[in-house]
Design a protein around this ligand. Structure first.
Ligand SMILES: NC(=O)c1ccc[n+]([C@@H]2O[C@H](COP(=O)([O-])OP(=O)(O)OC[C@H]3O[C@@H](n4cnc5c(N)ncnc54)[C@H](O)[C@@H]3O)[C@@H](O)[C@H]2O)c1
Length: 310
């Protein structure tokens, strides 16, 4: 397949690129290397063609589509941060909505067979019931969650109006090698880096808040499966593990693996943080034949190994 991965220099996108190339596909990457995002030159797979382009730039995006003529577009590029979206909602909407429309327009123009979209558990806000599955009501509580939900509606509309096939994957909390440890999210990456430097660890709230942490390699594999003809067409799937892990458990797992217990600094609950979120991913298992394969111990080990090298 000829695949264009937007955001392919980023954390998740670069793992998708690597798996696509390992599977023998031809891959092009489009990324603006936005300074507040996780995109880096060092994440770029040398076997992929790279276009340093912003998805909101109409002329440049058109040229990339005309040059690459992709069969499949895997759209990972985004303003990815809840915190930035609350401070700069216009920026969030410009990239996550107008950027998406620009990508969709070009998909139709260039007769792309299918688009994959990185949606998010943030579209649910505080979940009205657990586990979170695809039928749970979505009530996003941040501009980021709102633009991701709007994007899902655009995909459905674009399919109905223009016949573009899509699959949207609602990721849980993705973690693993290459996650940016300098952002405000990504507790495993932030902690791993601080553990290795013997720095203090800030635990907000009581540390018992649980999220569903899914390993980046498993997320990339879900994307690869959904790229295949007929796999999960015009449908939406939750991609996580089905299991919540608390912040205190993450601390303990890192302490056991690194053999060091850094000092804990307690802090109040972060506004909007939720106490419990985990997913039911049986639809992805049933229709895509996808299940997570890396458990939290294995995933944390791989993440620590990565940060040791850096
Ligand atoms: N990390 C998670 O836990 C998580 C959870 C749910 C959904 N997602 C979604 O998955 C996707 C990938 O996220 P990530 O965690 O790898 O973040 P990331 O910041 O590492 O990757 C996003 C990439 O998009 C690029 N980008 C940003 N704005 C762009 C623009 N205007 N034009 C072109 N490229 C641009 C960035 O440079 C970066 O390389 C995003 O759509 C994100 O919203 C992530």
């Amino acid at each position: 397949m000829n695949i264009l991965v937007t955001g392919g220099a980023g954390f998740i996108g670069s793992h998708i690129v690597d798996q696509c190339i390992a599977a023998g596909h031809e891959v092009s990457v489009l990324d603006s290397l936005w300074e507040e995002g996780g995109g880096k030159n060092t994440n770029l797979n040398p076997k992929a063609r790279f276009f340093h382009v912003d998805i909101t730039d109409e002329d440049s995006l058109k040229k990339v589509f005309d040059t690459v003529r992709p069969e499949v577009v895997c759209h990972q590029a985004a303003q990815h941060s809840v915190a930035i979206s609350t401070k700069k909602p216009e920026l969030d909407a410009r990239v996550n909505v107008l950027g998406l429309i620009n990508v969709l327009t070009n998909c139709t123009r260039a007769s792309v067979r299918k688009i994959l979209f990185a949606s998010s558990g943030a579209t649910y806000g505080t979940p009205v019931r657990l586990p979170i599955d695809e039928e749970v009501e979505q009530r996003p509580e941040s501009p980021y969650g709102i633009t991701k939900l709007v994007a899902e509606h655009y995909l459905r509309y674009w399919q109905e109006a223009h016949g573009l096939t899509y699959t949207a994957l609602r990721y849980g909390n993705v973690y693993g090698p290459r996650q940016d440890p300098n952002g405000e999210a990504g507790v495993i990456a932030i902690f791993a880096k601080r553990f290795l430097k013997h720095e203090t660890i800030r635990i907000d709230w009581d540390g018992e808040q649980q999220k569903d942490y899914v390993y980046v390699g498993d997320v990339a594999r879900a994307n690869l499966i959904a790229m295949e003809q007929g796999h999960g067409d015009n449908d939406i799937f939750c991609v996580a593990t089905g299991k919540g892990t608390s912040v205190n458990e993450i601390y303990d797992l890192l302490a056991a693996q690194i053999g060091y217990k850094p000092e804990i600094v307690r802090a109040p609950r972060r506004p909007g943080d939720i106490h419990l979120a985990y997913f039911d991913c049986s639809k992805a298992a049933r229709i895509l034949g996808w299940k997570p394969e890396v458990n939290i111990e294995q995933g944390i080990r791989a993440t620590v190994e990565y940060f040791k090298k850096g």
